[in-house]
Design a protein around this ligand. Structure first.
Ligand code: XMP
Length: 326
């Protein structure tokens, strides 16, 4: 499948049967393209790269080398899930790279949002390049490019883009889901047996929690945003909001306020809850989260998360606010 144009005759993949037919076709095409060579994939654990990994594991097994870079800005439990699903359950050839200190050292003291994004993107390519050089005989680079990436941005995908690799590492591209829309990728992922919380997960930006730990990232605030986000996700799942709300997360600013806990004065950070609905992320409305649930989440966050003494709810639609705070 080398053309970047979706044929008008291509049926929308809406059922398991259609997904299985697509999977069978892809396995044949991937085997024909790759032969006995090796393929490299940056596996973030997001739906697109996970579906590509699962397809390639079926097609070429251990010829696929997945590289999962933990940059320290992933959500709670994500690196562990990637290892469990792909290495333990699918027996994939998975290289796990703990690059947490590297990223956080590079980001120390950097407060400007676009500068943070650039550092995260550039460091990701550097880490990936190092891992690519350690592997012998790689000839292909797999990518989770999907059709909207091709339509909207000339095939350049912000969070999977390893197009910044140096000349001598310019591998031939393998992009098995490049003609699919997001909903189709999910149907295929489900048919491939990936877990629901991987297949139906909400969008998560490439720079991850890096743009939700506002200003210069510090480890204490990064942990606070990761823990509060995990509580928010757990409560949304328990209360039927997972899958209903388009995107929800917490952000943590870089200022503190006075509070009181166990009769003692505290000076700690607030956490901001954002929960929005949108079709295309260009505009968004705020989810009407039940007040009692917000109170319960506030109670949990202020009691369970270190260095946090207040919780705020962001009532701002897009415009005037963007979905992320940075
Ligand atoms: P904004 O904040 O612009 O976000 O309203 C719209 C959507 O894009 C996501 N987003 C990003 N995704 N890299 C990404 O891969 C980024 O740097 C980035 N910034 C925002 C955001 O989560 C929302 O879904």
């Amino acid at each position: 499948m080398s053309s970047n144009v979706r044929p008008e005759s291509m049926e929308r993949i809406t059922t398991e049967a259609l997904a299985n037919a697509f999977i069978e076709d892809q396995i044949k095409e991937l085997r024909a393209q790759i032969g006995s060579k090796k393929v490299l994939l940056a596996l973030s654990g997001g739906v697109d790269s996970s579906v590509v990994a699962a397809l390639l594991i079926k097609a070429v097994g251990k010829q696929l080398v997945c590289v999962h870079v933990n940059h320290g800005l992933l959500r709670k439990g994500e690196p562990e899930q990637v290892i469990k699903v792909f290495r333990d359950e699918m027996d994939a050839n998975l290289v796990y790279v703990d690059a947490v200190d590297r990223f956080l050292d590079k980001l120390a003291g950097v407060a400007e949002p676009e500068k943070k994004r650039k550092i995260i993107g550039a460091e990701f390519i550097r880490v990936f390049e190092e891992e690519a050089r350690k592997q012998d005989g790689i000839e292909f680079l797999a990518q989770g490019t999907i059709y909207p990436d091709i339509i909207e941005s000339d095939g350049v995908k912000a969070h999977h883009n390893v197009g910044g690799l140096p000349e001598d590492l310019k591998f031939e591209l393998v992009e098995p889901v490049k003609l699919l829309f997001k909903d189709e990728v999910r149907v295929v992922g489900k048919a491939l047996g990936l877990p629901d919380n991987m297949v139906y997960r909400q969008p998560f930006p490439g720079p991850g929690l890096g743009v939700r730990c506002l200003g210069a990232i510090t480890r204490d605030r990064l942990e606070a945003v990761r823990e509060s986000d995990a509580i928010l996700r757990e409560e949304f799942a328990k209360n039927g909001l997972e899958g209903k709300v388009w995107q929800y997360f917490t952000a943590i600013p870089d200022f503190r306020s006075v509070g009181v806990k166990d009769g003692k004065r505290t000076f700690a950070y607030p956490v901001i809850i954002r929960a929005v609905n949108t079709k295309d992320a260009m505009t968004a409305t705020v989810e009407n989260v039940p007040f009692e649930l917000l109170q319960h989440i506030t109670d949990r966050i202020t009691h369970e998360v270190e260095n946090v003494n207040r919780v705020l709810f962001d009532l701002t639609p897009k415009p005037s606010g963007t979905i992320e705070w940075e």
